[in-house]
Design a protein around this ligand. Structure first.
Ligand SMILES: NC(=O)c1ccc[n+]([C@@H]2O[C@H](COP(=O)([O-])OP(=O)(O)OC[C@H]3O[C@@H](n4cnc5c(N)ncnc54)[C@H](OP(=O)(O)O)[C@@H]3O)[C@@H](O)[C@H]2O)c1
Length: 364
């Protein structure tokens, strides 16, 4: 694993996002020669620079994936590209379909063109369950994005293009867990779109680890599908109320947002015919088009048994398992500790509160 990234120049489009920062963190352990973080907004780059201030081999470039000329020059000496930059909020994409097409489709074609022109070794793309039998513009753009990436292998002599497909990653920008926690803390209320709605979920660290391992094993044009458990939106709300709220916490059903599906699919019915079980973490979907490559290694593996994988027909997480999953992430523990501290403070007198703060190193 380490050798795959050692001394390499790695380019991460969308490197300041949730996946990008975790990916950077994990890649640093493999001693790359340089990591280039590419994104549009300076404040996110400034925050990331502060967080990774010890790592002088990270370079930050402000620009847009829609601009091919700039990408062409920046990726000149790059060995590996992780393409993460996306407009990913379903309702935002529904209301701005043209912007979604420009970033998610044109941006991806630009990445492909510059990777081919600069003989990049590998391009790894992160896709989503929303690309399977897509219902919204984000999913539709991601489905085209996957097709562009797979077909790029046919134009390529040396560059490998692959996709990794995953469901919802807990705690990423805009995800439901931080939203519910904030709603409970601020208003003692959670707004539920549809209690029976189901979603595949995974922790960020695990998702990025799987992304890295798939990128190491990739050949040509595979879509690696992360196996994930699923959960209902109601169970997410109940679990978080149990931890952060009380019996007085209110729940309000607000209805699905534009473009939202009730259940997501990881593998569609038609894809299942080309979908093999790689190991306990991954399915692999082989390309439909003839890339001229040998996939015997994969075709020897068993095919998946179900005709499709939907977020209400595989492995469901219980409320307790969900809370245990969340507890593994620092931000959850931090919030929980803060809540416990507040509850303790409420029991104390004024003098005791002063003593309490003096006892804490940070208050001295
Ligand atoms: N989070 C999930 O649950 C999940 C699940 C499956 C797949 N994915 C996929 O994983 C990837 C990363 O997701 P994430 O959760 O890390 O998203 P995120 O936190 O919103 O990060 C998106 C990144 O893309 C950059 N970006 C957006 N538009 C850009 C443009 N036109 N040019 C250059 N950079 C641009 C953003 O920075 P600026 O805004 O500063 O440009 C940011 O760095 C996406 O492709 C997403 O579709 C995410």
């Amino acid at each position: 694993m380490e050798q795959s990234f050692k001394n390499k120049v790695i380019f991460i489009s969308g490197g300041t996002g949730s996946w990008g920062q975790e990916l950077t963190q994990q890649l640093l352990a493999s001693s790359p020669s340089k990591i280039i973080i590419y994104s549009r907004w300076e404040h996110k780059q400034v925050d990331m620079k502060r967080k990774f201030h010890e790592h002088k081999n990270i370079h930050y470039v402000i620009w847009d994936v829609r601009d091919k000329e700039r990408l062409l020059s920046i990726t000149k000496w790059v060995d590996i590209i992780f393409h993460l930059a996306a407009l990913k909020h379903v309702p935002v994409c529904e209301e701005n379909p043209n912007e979604s097409v420009l970033t998610n489709i044109l941006g991806t074609q630009n990445i492909i063109d510059v990777a081919l022109a600069n003989n990049v070794e590998r391009v790894i793309d992160v896709s989503t369950d929303k690309a399977v039998d897509p219902f919204n513009i984000y999913g539709t753009c991601k489905a085209v994005w996957e097709k562009l990436i797979i077909a790029a292998n046919m134009q390529s002599k040396s560059t490998t293009f692959v996709c990794i497909r995953g469901g919802n990653v807990l705690g990423t920008n805009g995800s439901v867990v931080p939203l519910f926690i904030e709603q409970i803390k601020k208003a003692d209320l959670v707004t539920i779109t549809d209690p029976d709605m189901t979603r595949y979920i995974m922790r960020l660290a695990e998702a990025v680890w799987l992304l890295i391992t798939a990128s190491v094993h990739a050949k040509w044009g595979e879509v690696f599908v992360m196996k994930m458990p699923w959960i209902t939106v109601q169970t997410i709300a109940d679990s978080l109320i149990q931890v952060f709220g009380s019996e007085n916490t209110k729940q309000k059903i607000v209805g699905s947002r534009p473009g939202e599906k009730k259940h997501e699919l990881l593998v569609s019915q038609y894809e299942s015919e080309r979908c093999h079980i790689l190991n306990e973490s991954y399915f692999v979907i082989l390309p439909m088009i003839d890339t001229g490559k040998d996939y015997t290694e994969y075709t020897k593996l068993p095919k998946i048994e179900q005709s499709f994988f939907a977020s209400n027909n595989t492995n469901m997480l219980s409320a307790q398992e969900f809370v245990e999953t969340l507890r593994k992430d620092w931000w959850f523990n931090h919030i929980e500790q803060t809540k416990t501290a507040i509850q303790e403070l409420e029991q104390l007198s004024k003098d005791e509160i002063i003593k309490y703060f003096l006892h804490q190193q940070w208050a001295k």
